[in-house]
Design a protein around this ligand. Sequence first.
Ligand code: SF4
Length: 465
Amino acid sequence: MTLSGLQIFKLLPGGKKEANANCKECGFATCMAYAMKLAKGDASLDACSHISDELKEMLEAQSGKQQEEITFGCKSSPVKTGGENVVYRHDKTFINPTCLSIQINTSEGLDNCIKKVYQAANYTVERVGEEIELQSLTINNDSEDYVTFNNILESLKEEKTIDKVSLILVSSCIKDLLDGYTIIKERQKPILYLKSGIQDDYIRLYTETKCPVVVEATSVDELSNLVTELEKAGIKEIIMTLPEESEAQPIEDLTLIRRSTITNNVKTLRYPIITFASKFCNTDSSIEEGMIAGSLMAKYSNIIVLNNFNPAIVYSLFTLRQNLFTDPQKPLQMEPKIYTIGEPDKCSPVIVTTNFALTYFSVASEIEASNIPCYLLITPSDGMSVLTAWAANKFNGEIIAKAVKDFKLEETVDHKNLIISGYVSMLKEEIEDEMPGWTVDVAPSEAVDLPDFLKEYKPECKQLI
Ligand code: SF4
């Protein structure tokens, strides 16, 4: 069970109202402050000499990863999956982002498979400053076509895609998996999924390859019993998969497994889970598959295999993943400085805003859309959006004036005009008071209205006067 800060506090001298409560020996002003840091893993257990053995034991157990972490795929850049130790992300940030894998089916024919491989393997997007790409491909011998299955793997190896994406091999024939593994073993440690396998098959696969094996069962109880037997046989790297049922069932099962592992410390369910989103769809629609994948990602599949490669759906899933696996207490931030959008000159407009990454990217993309080169002055605002930063006094005249000075804006442009968002129009006079000689112009509140505003806008540039 994961203890919250409040639960820890109740077991400390402060919570028990003992004589040495709030003695500050730990370096924190109160037992409550120390408890909050302990809960986040940001303080050492040894800092308080009054901590009980019972609490120490509970926290030591908690600090370990309760879900097993498995590493697979490219030897040069492997994927880590699992390793989670909380049920809810507001308790503590999730650790290893859900791995998205595009499935290549031999039944699609070699040429189509190769085409899909390269489309998926080369798909890259940038979002909120992060370069994101697909990490994995699942090669599925669904047509029991040994030659095509091997040809796909050979082609991956020749084109060096094998060093870029981590592989999951699927077949209902153990020979396919063992031979496929042999083709790629120098550069890959794939996950091996023998469909409808039995205990002895899993043991053989693991013994001969030392690769993670997917084990399946018809219920969570059966899965737990199977894992117990496989562990006894020495299998250390297990990936679990769920029975094929209705749409609601996987969410129930995934939640049950995560809670059992984290909250109730059920060891036999502690392995990462792979799900095949299309198994829970009624149609072949990539939209339906994407919606199901989104639910599976939120609750709590570690690897999700998509049968369709639809860039729009993959982008939506990347967005969801980025949000789920970001520390909610540390907003994504940009470095405070002057950014150039396009190729601005000394007469180009200067827009000032906060360092919240989403604010930056919304404003920057609208400036790009306007085709009017600008400077974007980003102030240090603790990653808050404009209105929140203004309310928290992190975006005010003094801070903006300091940023103008620190980043040498006067040397960058030949005018003294700043543009602020309409949301903080009340800052106009305050900024002008802090920066005598400067004029502050108020843009529309919504970034989407910036292009129209910029088309009409001209700073009072010395060069043009
Ligand atoms: Fe409380 Fe222990 Fe810190 Fe003293 S050392 S303030 S008792 S947590």
